[in-house]
Design a binder for this molecule. Structure first.
Ligand code: GLA
Length: 388
């Protein structure tokens, strides 16, 4: 891929000067869903699939973008003097938002650049193609403009900031953090309230992480996501009247049960219930993984799915069919929807010798019940961003 992106860059923009190539990964979240913006814990890992770029600094203030995946859009041109988001700018609103956020933080970017990208994250799969593009852009800007003071954690924060404030998606920090801080063969146990984190080796002794792509993406995802987030914020403000906390992630299950009557609306009680219990499940799941108890880890994944399906209502019929079928498979320890939801992927822990049967069972169930064909990826856990 890096050769493809480099060759395309030379073809479009010429081969002279200092052309550099970069990569930033997508992510899959093992457990801890919709907890990041609730001050809770998450447990994602970076993938070996992601987004690649070839880029070169310019001497004027022009910026030119080209995506090999979206070649029909052609070269999209803008300038450092025109960084307002625009519908017509399409996918380039992600890298433009990151440039805007860098400048907003006072980092000197005084000349433009040319950038060609290509990605191998399936579109709309919920494996964080946009976060990988944001982290890729930040990593590239740091390198091209010599902004060595920017840490990888800050790259994640800048990515999230630009997505919230430039692209209007009120996401938490998980996806950008997983991409910017990824470590081969490790998942990241992140406290989203403090950004304290710990790497946990993925030791699965005869099991693999299998991602199943439903290939559906329901509409209005961003507004439904933003709606979940504001429900939790409202529930938190109601709870604050009766208990001194600064996030739902600060509550134990018992504290939540003792105080939940302060939340006026029953739907909000369910949303907050998910946020509190999912956070506790994540902490327990990491403990289980550390002591090698994969069965317990899988059980907590299943509980996570049930909570997302029934209380948080961010699953959908298609992913429920895939997860139900996974639960029926011998050799599958756990399965749940992963990511923002409303489509996208499930993540499962499957015994090596059961993977083929697992694929057959899910394919058959999905065909019978939804008349669709899923895609499977056996996950390799990769590193964070790199320059080649
Ligand atoms: C999306 C968001 C993340 C996180 C997940 C749900 O991927 O970008 O910040 O909230 O949904 O866990």
């Amino acid at each position: 891929m890096q050769q493809t992106v480099y060759d395309k860059f030379k073809e479009l923009f010429g081969s002279d000067g200092d052309i550099r190539t970069y990569f930033a990964p997508g992510r899959v979240n093992l457990i801890g869903e919709h907890t990041d913006y609730n001050g809770g814990h998450v447990f994602p890992c970076a993938l070996t699939i992601g987004t690649y770029a070839a880029a070169r600094k310019r001497e004027d203030r022009v910026i030119r973008f080209y995506s090999i995946n979206l070649s029909d859009k052609g070269v999209i041109e803008t300038s450092l003097d025109d960084l307002t988001p625009a519908d017509a700018a399409g996918w380039t609103n992600y890298p433009k938002g990151v440039v805007w956020a860098f400048i907003g933080r006072g980092y000197a970017i005084e000349t433009g650049f040319d950038m060609v990208i290509i990605g191998d994250i399936p579109a709309g799969s919920g494996l964080s193609s946009s976060a990988s593009l944001e982290v890729l852009t930040g990593f590239m800007l740091r390198d091209l403009y010599g902004l060595d003071q920017v840490t990888n954690v800050e790259l994640a924060q800048i990515g999230q900031y630009s997505e919230n404030n430039y692209n209007g998606m009120n996401c938490g920090i998980m996806d950008q953090f997983a991409s910017a801080m990824g470590k081969k063969d490790n998942a990241i146990f992140l406290d989203c309230n403090t950004l304290d984190y710990e790497y946990a080796p993925i030791v699965l002794n005869g099991y693999k992480i299998v991602v199943t792509n439903s290939k559906v993406k329901h509409s209005l995802v961003d507004s439904a996501y933003n709606d979940r987030r504001s429900s939790c914020e409202k529930a938190l403000s109601e709870l604050k009247a009766v208990i001194d906390i600064d996030s739902l992630g600060a509550l134990t299950e018992e504290e939540f049960e003792a105080h939940k009557s302060a939340i006026a609306d029953p739907v909000r009680v369910r949303r907050a219930h998910h946020a509190v219990y999912e956070n506790r499940r994540t902490i327990k799941a990491v403990e289980a993984l550390k002591r090698g108890d994969l069965t317990e880890f899988g059980k907590l994944m299943n509980e996570s799915h049930i909570s997302l399906r029934d209380d948080y209502e961010t699953s959908c019929v298609e992913v429920d069919v895939l997860v139900d079928a996974a639960w029926s498979c011998d050799g599958c320890l756990g399965s749940r929807i992963t990511g923002g939801g409303f489509g996208g992927c499930s993540v499962s822990i499957v015994r090596d010798d059961a993977i083929d049967t697992f694929k057959d069972t899910l394919t058959k169930a999905y065909k019978d019940k939804c008349d669709m064909v899923p895609e499977f990826y056996v996950v390799s856990v990769g590193d964070g961003p790199t320059r080649f």
